[in-house]
Write a protein that binds this ligand. Sequence first.
Ligand SMILES: [Zn+2]
Length: 290
Amino acid sequence: MRIFDPHIHMTSRTTDDYERMHAAGVRAVVEPAFWLGQPRTNVGSFTDYFDALVGWERFRAAQFGITHHCTIALNPKEANDPRCVGVLDVLERYLGKDGVVAVGEIGFDSMGEAEEEAFRRQLALAVEFALPAMVHTPHRDKEGGTARTLELVEESGIDPGMVVVDHLNELTVGPVDERGCWMGFSIYPDTKMDPQRMVRILQDRGTERVLVNSAADWGRSDPLLTRVTADAMLAAGFSDDDVDTVMWRNPVEFFGQSGRLLLDGESDGADLRSPATFEGNSVLRGEPVA
Ligand SMILES: [Zn+2]
């Protein structure tokens, strides 16, 4: 079984996690840019983080046979902090880089005006750079947040097929499906969406335009819940081909729209040591750090 986790924050995970993920079948990931747990106080904090996502974390993943991609954005939480908003002016520097496969996470957290402004600007960047957009939906007032999200997506003129609306549940999936956006589901250890509920949604709606992720970060989360969900699909009578669609081919299709996936054919992450990946990064090239 091959698994592509389309939303996982590896920066906050250990090498043990990389080993366990590889053993469970995970061969590719997308790491969306998000907050640091504690508030950032300046734009430089973002650029150091973005540099780590496009360089160091990709190298770290490659040590464990996992192909790492990322998405770049001002996240919804920090869109409310005037010290952070300036990062919107430097995003273009990153959106053209190899392995940057979407603009994200963008969207709503507490649904304030500043969040909406950052959301609009970044949807426009996705259109400008012909990149997919990864949209976070709020954990409070999820239905209202999802409805407003879909309005802004429509206003932006972005092709709905270039948008994944994430952290969905049984109540919010319908309108996202109707709009033609991709449907993202984050599987959590004990709250919100779990593997059995995910299987029921797949039984109801089928496997088309569905992405399943672990959304693992520093909080209580489990990077192997993609595999647990795949096993639950098989136990419920889905075929190996269905599992491969959800766990591999769907994320490849969605993020492949960026033209920037780093997968090598059927993918084993084998291409990761190509010179292009290491270009301009002395740490990745194994040179001593001055
Ligand atoms: Zn996330």
